[in-house]
Design a protein around this ligand. Sequence first.
Ligand SMILES: Nc1ncnc2c1ncn2[C@@H]1O[C@H](COP(=O)(O)OP(=O)(O)O)[C@@H](O)[C@H]1O
Ligand SMILES: O=P(O)(O)O[C@H]1O[C@H](CO)[C@@H](O[C@H]2O[C@H](CO)[C@@H](O)[C@H](O)[C@H]2O)[C@H](O)[C@H]1O
Length: 522
Amino acid sequence: MPEASFSRGAQHPPTAVPRADPPPSPTRVTRATAATGPTGLLASLAPLLTEWLPRQRWFAGKGRPVTGFALVSATELLPCATGGTTPGLLHLLVRAQQPEPPGHRHGSGCGHRRGAAASDCYQLLLGVRATLPPRLAPALIGRPSSGPLHGLTVYEALLDPRLATLLLERLRMPGTLGPLRFLCEPSAAIPSGLAPRLLTTEQSNSSVIYGDTFILKLFRRVSPGTNPDLELPLALAHTGCTRVPAPAAWFEAAPPVEGAGAGPRTDPFTLGVLQPYLADSTDGWQLALDALTTGDDFTEAAHALGRATAEVHLAMARTLPTSVLRRPQIEHLAAVMSERLDSAAAAVPALHPYRAALHTAYEDLAALGRAGRTWTAQRIHGDLHLGQVLRQSAGGGTGSDGAGGEVHWSLIDFEGEPSRPLDERRRPQPPVRDIAGMLRSFDYAAAVGGHDSPPDWAGRTRAAYCAGYAEASGTDPRDEPELLRAHETDKAVYEVVYEARHRPEWLTVPMSAIRRLAAART
Ligand SMILES: Nc1ncnc2c1ncn2[C@@H]1O[C@H](COP(=O)(O)OP(=O)(O)O)[C@@H](O)[C@H]1O
Ligand SMILES: O=P(O)(O)O[C@H]1O[C@H](CO)[C@@H](O[C@H]2O[C@H](CO)[C@@H](O)[C@H](O)[C@H]2O)[C@H](O)[C@H]1O
């Protein structure tokens, strides 16, 4: 497979400020590749990455072998010297080639070509040292037996405080380094010397917390185009919406040259976003599980969360494009959901017995379109669940929301469902999609939290959330039962695939929803 080189001069969002300050410390682009070229570097790393990459939580191609790699870019953020104790830092974008998954629809990978093997593009930050200190042993990737890094130790750089600190320095003093562009908001004040720590909780990407003040999220599977997790919080912050931590700085890579010849795919790849860290917050998932354990009421919190969701939806509808879904679009939406169900059933056979019954949800939706119903579509969160909402509380109680001044819900992680193509995630969609996501999450919490009667807990929480949403937006999602059922079904189908891939022991949670949804007809 040909290796891509980079074009220069890609555009960045208009609000971005690439400052002219010089980058810290001596840096050279692609120094590690200078001796043997990118082929030598990749050939030497490939055996290590073949073994290491599939073990990472954020690796999206689980269950399929990695058959090869192609280098998209290699940038030295710190020189990888052969002697001394100073670590080197290598930024890589690599495509991992794998056989197509069963029932795969072509998406927008990283220069992925139709008919070729599937190839997702991953962002890697590799530390390079002569020897690894014992405290960094868990970060080990391996020791290349040839190529420009021969004899050196390669490891996950984000676990090395020196290297994580260097990344923050880059973001504090933006500019361009080879294909990489570091940018920041004009008003952002990012102090130096904030101690880094890699977040160790389950996540789809990697995040580093700096001094409990900022959090840097590094996207692992990357595609051309602005990531909605930068685009949406930035747009919301600019409208004055306080429900989202505002991006302070971010970085991106210019697209590979081959993208320029392939039509519209000339957008930069968003690689990471730095935003304020809400240190005094707890996520909704933890709060729900705590309430389930103690028997405390969660409906007040759910009501406030419904209001917060509505506020974010209203702000996005005010500031970003909306559209009207008429018969063709509604029929298309129903067809896409049906297709996703068929793909999911091909990948997870447990879905098979429920297919026909689940399809009725999409048929009912399409029938409404044919009968002349219309809905508004707008930009949405895209993967809303209890783990994506953070509650800050002055008193630590369940309290009321912002208006009462005691607690405040914020929404994070606007990336959308990570397995969907970026274009699809950035399209306007009915806001009920987010609501369905949150309702599914109440169902998860009730099941995982061990309630005596999970449907009762989930039902009460659901009612409170929808009521809060209706109060703030004037639209009650329960008034559109067909639209809601279709979206809940689509979400539960997505979750079946997600759990089968990542947490098979949790598969029973969405499967019980599948059984319920298959039995229900509005
Ligand atoms: N601004 C923030 N303040 C506090 N915690 C945060 C913030 N952003 C993210 N987190 C924490 O980091 C976790 C992972 O972040 P998230 O954006 O959901 O990453 P991913 O998409 O990789 O799952 C969240 O569940 C949350 O606990
Ligand atoms: O990690 P992301 O936030 O990008 O989202 C992915 O992982 C989520 C799990 O961490 C997954 O959410 C599912 O499990 C949650 C409980 O852990 C539950 O609250 C959600 O309702 C359920 O969908 C999410 O689907 C996936 O995209």
